[in-house]
Write a protein of this length. Structure first.
Length: 279
């Protein structure tokens, strides 16, 4: 499904005032495309996910899926959050089957589909395990399998790997790409991680500090799997890092009321460390 945000503004009441979170956001994600949203904390990336999911409504502007306004949640648009949010009283198989049961799928069909997606995330041997018996990475695998088992047209992922160690994150990134290439849902993926964004996405939307605006759209026209040492990939990362550095400078200027300046990026890694990010 094609996803569009057309001149979207979003604000919330806060301490008797109005807090502007999104300012004139226009985003277009084509059917089957993998897009990442990247920007400083608090810039409204998660709010964009909630708007597309139908969990929030824009203050003004339009959120469309296949040309139709989003008017609430739908099983065709599924969210995977940073917290896997599994049901602790259900085992792995029961967690993946849950949404299928709510959708009215007959027992034999939902069991077969749940097992199929657990196989895709390499958890076939853990169908009878409970969430407290799983590692963080395994819990996220279950959450991804649960989402994909519903065969959504749009998969919304809100920093799903942020709490994982680097090795587990890399494994899950590869598994996600493999599954996406098989099923081809439209994916909108929120991350703070520049290397993750450039490794996964067809396009990266760089969102400014609050109120969030689209600062830049970076197209990553590289075949997958992508290699960390690829000079073109590194050039994309350096460009995005420079934009994020400018946004963080702006945030600090507003908070501290003084001039703050980060040195211009010379390498892909040290500036990332100085900005408290990851690549």
């Amino acid at each position: 499904m094609r996803v569009e945000l057309q001149h979207v503004f979003k604000s919330f009441p806060h301490n008797g005032e109005t807090l502007d979170v999104l300012h004139d956001i226009t985003v277009v994600v084509e059917e089957g495309e993998f897009v990442c949203l990247l920007g400083p904390s608090g810039c409204g990336k998660s709010t964009i996910i909630h708007l597309i999911a139908g969990l929030e409504r824009p203050t003004s502007g339009a959120v469309l899926v296949d040309g139709r306004p989003v008017d609430g949640p739908s099983p065709s648009r599924i969210v995977v959050f940073q917290d896997a949010a599994l049901f602790p009283w259900l085992n792995v198989l029961g967690n993946v089957e849950f949404g299928l049961r709510m959708a009215g799928l007959p027992k034999a069909k939902r069991r077969a589909r749940a097992l199929e997606f657990l196989r895709l995330v390499h958890l076939s041997r853990f169908t009878h395990a409970y969430p407290h018996q799983l590692s963080g990475g395994m819990k996220q695998r279950v959450a991804i399998a649960r989402a994909l088992a519903l065969q959504p047209d749009v998969l919304l992922m809100d920093e799903p790997f942020a709490s994982l160690d680097a090795q587990t994150r890399a494994v899950l990134q590869n598994e996600l790409l493999e599954i996406w290439q098989l099923a081809r849902p439209t994916v909108i993926f929120v991350t703070h991680n520049v290397r993750e964004a450039t490794g996964l996405a067809d396009r990266v939307y760089v969102v400014s500090a609050r109120p969030g605006r689209v600062r830049e759209v970076e197209r990553i026209a590289l075949a997958r799997p992508r290699h960390a040492e690829d000079p073109t990939l590194i050039a994309h990362q350096r460009k995005i890092l420079g934009l994020l550095g400018e946004e963080i400078e702006e945030v600090l200027r507003e908070e501290l009321g003084e001039q703050v300046h980060f040195p211009e990026a010379q390498h892909p890694v040290p500036p990332e460390q100085s900005l408290g990010m990851h690549i």
